[in-house]
Structure formats: C-alpha cells, structure tokens
Write a protein of this length. Structure first.
Length: 122
C-alpha cells in the first residue's frame, strides 16, 4: 500500500509540475503581450501628441496668415484705406448732409424734408 500511495503522490507531483510549467509559459506570454501592448500604447500616445502639436502649429500658421486679410477687410480699415488711397471716392459728413467730393466737383444732397435743392460746385 505504501508503494501505491508513493506512486500516487509522485504522479500528482508530476502533474502539478507540468501544470506549473504551463502556467509559467502562459504567464510569460501574458507578460510579453502586456509589454508589447504598453509599447503600442506609448507609440499611439506619441503619434496622437505629434498629431495634436502639428495641428496646433498649422492652426497657428493659418491664424497668423489670416490676421492681415481679416484686418484689411474690416469696414473701418477699408474706409480709411479708401480715403487714404483714393480721395476721389471720399465721403465726408457736414452736419446732417453727406458730401461726395472729388478733385474738381463738390455735390451736396439736402435732406428730403428741407425743400433745398441739390447744389453742384465745380
């Protein structure tokens, strides 16, 4: 009987050893997979960070490129530049009367209620 029990114990130990080796191999695979997954995550994070930085640089460049055209397109700048560069198309306000003027003619438009007539001075 002792021999049978000894064989049974040895058989159990052998199975436990084989199971332990299998668990060790599986744990090793899981560890490698986790390491690879971590590297992939870091690589993905790096790619995302680079993409975000590139987008910010592109956005900043676009904003800088658009600031001057936006500034030039504003009504106050356009009116000022029109007056500065082409005095023939300037528009002045005298009291409640807008006055259009060029280099040779001044034309005033009276208000409709005043009964005044249009005057053109050359």
């Amino acid at each position: 009987m002792e021999g049978f029990e000894a064989n049974s114990v040895m058989l159990r130990l052998r199975h436990l050893r084989e199971n332990l080796k299998e668990l060790d191999r599986e744990f090793g695979r899981l560890a490698v997979n986790a390491q690879v997954a971590g590297q992939v995550q870091r690589a993905d994070l790096d790619i995302v960070q680079i993409t975000i930085k590139s987008s910010l640089v592109a956005l900043t460049a676009l904003w800088n490129a658009l600031q001057e055209p936006i500034r030039k397109a504003s009504p106050s700048v356009m009116t000022r530049e029109l007056r500065e560069h082409d005095p023939k198309h300037s528009l002045r306000v005298q009291g409640s009367r807008p006055v259009a003027a060029d280099s040779s003619t001044a034309c005033t438009r009276p208000s409709p209620d005043s009964g005044e007539k249009v005057t053109i001075e050359s």
